[in-house]
Design a protein. Structure first.
Length: 334
């Protein structure tokens, strides 16, 4: 057993016990039982590395390392890792021996076994294509076997947005200042939930209603803005807090701590249930794009505000408002 690892574990356990009991004798008794029980076990610190030490071909580890250096997000790296591990565990062949038909059969079997939709299957194909192309570029292999594998066509799902009425209903159903601030903030900034959960109080500029996002998707820095209604609800929420946590979004019970994406998603989902609405953070992002375009924000400016590398991505978030198209057609041709 690693003595330092166990001491760290024991310290963390003691700190957590302080939240349960203030009786020193009881704490000592619990720690003694733990010491006796754990004497027969080894404790090692869980690895938090993006690339595991085992279970992947060496060249895959190099590929993931190159993507990490290129500032791919941890979420993207996790997806690459999962898809590549599954592929090689299934194929049981060296990367240099993979043929186009091997990939086709793998994709077909995966779709049948997992009942995966076509958009996800295309994401697997794209991951494999990117990996094998990296092998070609770095002279591990001469040809990309995935280059001849046909793209998987899929229909882009229409992204829904909240109506004006639903937005107001969501605000009315908020039970505390934090919920109200979160709803207003997501709507008026259009932030990804992975960006929202990392906002620090020091990054908010109250004079011009802006927030610095130092590490957006692709580790790109940008500034987003919130409206006056959001400013009021944010300030009310901050005044209601009794902690010194530097993050904007924190837990409401002791011990106070910064909360992560899944917690924000749960908060929004609960608010949605009170209205009978399927609510999630990304739906606010789509609403932000839809409302922004309808109110005159150009695609170029919306692209900057949303942190998209390409305007084509921004277009995905835009509803096809057929009523508006009909009105424009009548205005032009009648």
């Amino acid at each position: 057993m690693s003595e330092s690892c166990y001491e760290n574990f024991r310290t963390i356990l003691a700190l957590n016990l302080c939240q349960v009991t203030q009786d020193p004798e009881m704490m000592q008794n619990i720690l003694k039982v733990v010491d006796i029980t754990m004497s027969d076990y080894d404790i090692i610190k869980k690895s938090m590395d993006i690339i595991p030490a085992t279970g992947l071909p060496e060249v895959v580890k190099y590929y993931l390392a190159s993507k990490a250096i290129a500032n791919c997000s941890k979420g993207t790296l996790k997806q690459y890792r999962y898809k590549l591990i599954n592929f090689f565990n299934t194929m049981k062949k060296a990367y240099s021996d993979i043929l186009p038909n091997d990939i086709r059969i793998y994709l077909y079997n995966y779709k049948m076994e997992h009942n995966a939709d076509d958009s996800y299957m295309e994401s697997i194909r794209t991951t494999l294509h990117g990996f094998f192309q990296w092998l070609v570029n770095n002279e591990y292999i001469q040809r990309n076997p995935c280059a001849k594998v046909e793209k998987i066509r899929f229909k882009q799902k229409r992204r829904e947005s909240f109506s004006t009425f639903t937005l107001e209903e969501l605000r009315w159903k908020c039970k505390d200042a934090r919920e109200k601030a979160l709803v207003d903030f997501l709507y008026s900034t259009g932030l990804r939930v992975s960006e929202c959960d990392n906002v620090m109080l020091s990054e908010i500029n109250w004079e011009n209603n802006s927030v610095l996002i130092p590490h957006g998707k692709g580790d790109k820095e940008r500034i987003v803005y919130f409206n006056d209604e959001s400013k009021v609800s944010l300030q009310q929420y901050i005044k209601s807090r009794n902690d010194d946590v530097p993050a904007l979004w924190v837990s409401i019970r002791r011990p106070y701590h910064q909360i992560q994406s899944h917690a924000l998603e749960n908060i929004i989902a609960k608010i949605g249930k009170r209205t009978g609405e399927h609510a999630y953070p990304h739906k606010f992002r789509h609403t932000f794009a839809t409302v922004g375009l309808k109110n005159g924000i150009s695609i170029d400016q919306l692209q900057i505000l949303m942190g998209h590398a390409s305007a084509n991505t921004t277009h995905i978030y835009v509803d096809e408002d057929m009523n508006r198209a009909h009105m424009e057609h009548q205005r032009a041709f009648n």
